[in-house]
Design a protein around this ligand. Structure first.
Ligand SMILES: Cc1cc2nc3c(=O)[nH]c(=O)nc-3n(C[C@H](O)[C@H](O)[C@H](O)COP(=O)(O)OP(=O)(O)OC[C@H]3O[C@@H](n4cnc5c(N)ncnc54)[C@H](O)[C@@H]3O)c2cc1C
Length: 311
């Protein structure tokens, strides 16, 4: 398998910032995935698995190890009683899978319309949109063990899923494929749901920035982290605190700014560096700490930093 060197990552992430990968490869089969891990092992290289780069911030110095961008793209459909099981490889793009399902009269993924993600990225973070979680659909997966390259078939419990939480975050296994349980539908139901999917995308485009961002930069708080109460409920939504700072569309560092559409979304206006984004997000943390005495923590993954760059 071809291992390339000094490959830019800037054009492979949604933020469009950051330096190159020292080594880079795109396995198309699980055997090639195993070879890539072996290469990293033999050369004592740190590994990073890249999806479509929609939830990462790469250091301006780049990543001094092997970036593996899985290009395993198979999708297979099997029937199990009234349910349909769809097995999708890690490199399949969510939007492509949603459309593939529509074309095959299968529904269930449409709530994720408009979210940039591979299946690997979705399994990693437990992709969510309001109350819909990727883990609610997952029934089985094949993962590869980082140290040994061993392929393992695991069930949903293995992932220990929570909000923004899965066993994959420990970094000892990577997703190879996921099997999800969906529903067969009539032509009429599919036509209706295609409309719903278009509507979700329209709404998202109106509500959120749709390029040069990683979506929500900070995660919501856990209940035990907050004391602020509104309407009898603990305020866990980080946007609630950020909104109160009045920073939307005006706080910036270099060419990185807080989106005018959403206070928890940072946008590269064109020439921002990763360092601009770090400076801006730190400033946001400081402002929230000063006003509410809590520190927002990132949902976005930091890649290639020698030290953790935020508070
Ligand atoms: C405009 C915009 C809107 C967004 N809206 C939402 C939203 O509504 N809900 C939501 O949950 N997220 C949202 N996000 C965040 C993002 O879409 C998700 O986190 C998505 O799952 C990232 O997938 P990815 O393929 O880009 O992964 P990447 O960003 O490339 O990687 C993210 C993490 O996943 C890991 N990973 C990727 N593939 C694998 C694999 N095969 N095995 C193990 N680990 C892997 C990476 O190592 C990394 O740690 C949004 C992002 C943007 C830019």
């Amino acid at each position: 398998m071809n291992i390339e060197t000094n490959i830019p990552l800037k054009d492979k992430t949604w933020f469009q910032t950051g330096g190159p990968a020292r080594y880079f490869c795109e396995p198309t089969t699980s055997q090639e995935f195993q070879q890539a891990l072996q290469y990293a092992h033999d050369n004592n290289l740190e590994i990073f698995i890249l999806g479509v780069g929609a939830n990462i911030l790469v250091s301006d110095d780049g990543f001094d190890g092997l970036v593996i961008r899985p290009q395993l793209k198979d999708v297979t459909i099997t029937k199990s009683g009234d349910d349909i099981l769809v097995k999708a490889d890690a490199g399949v793009i969510m939007a492509d899978l949603i459309n593939y399902c529509f074309d095959n009269n299968i529904l269930g993924l449409e709530e994720f319309s408009g979210i940039p993600s591979t299946i690997g990225g979705a399994a990693y973070i437990n992709l969510h949109y309001f109350k819909c979680l990727f883990s609610q659909l997952l029934v089985e997966a094949i993962v590869i063990e980082k140290e040994t390259g061993k392929l393992m078939t695991v069930n949903t419990d293995w992932f220990e899923y929570g909000y923004n939480k899965s066993k994959l975050l420990e970094g000892n296994h990577y997703l190879v494929s996921a099997t999800i349980k969906l529903k067969k539908a009539s032509d009429l139901e599919v036509a209706y749901t295609r409309g719903k999917s278009d509507e979700i995308i329209r709404y998202r485009t109106y509500r959120y920035p749709s390029k040069n961002t990683c979506g929500s930069f900070f995660r919501n708080f856990h209940e035990h982290e907050v004391t602020e109460i509104s309407n009898g409920k603990k305020m866990i939504h980080v946007a609630y605190y950020l909104d109160k700072l009045g920073i939307k569309g005006c706080l910036s560092q270099g060419d990185a700014c807080v989106s005018h559409q959403h206070a928890n979304m940072l946008v590269n206006r064109g020439q921002a560096t990763t360092n601009d984004i770090i400076k801006l997000s730190r400033l946001m943390q400081e402002k929230v700490k000063e006003k509410f005495d809590i520190i927002p923590q990132p949902e976005c993954q930091f890649i290639g930093f020698k030290e953790y760059p935020l508070l």
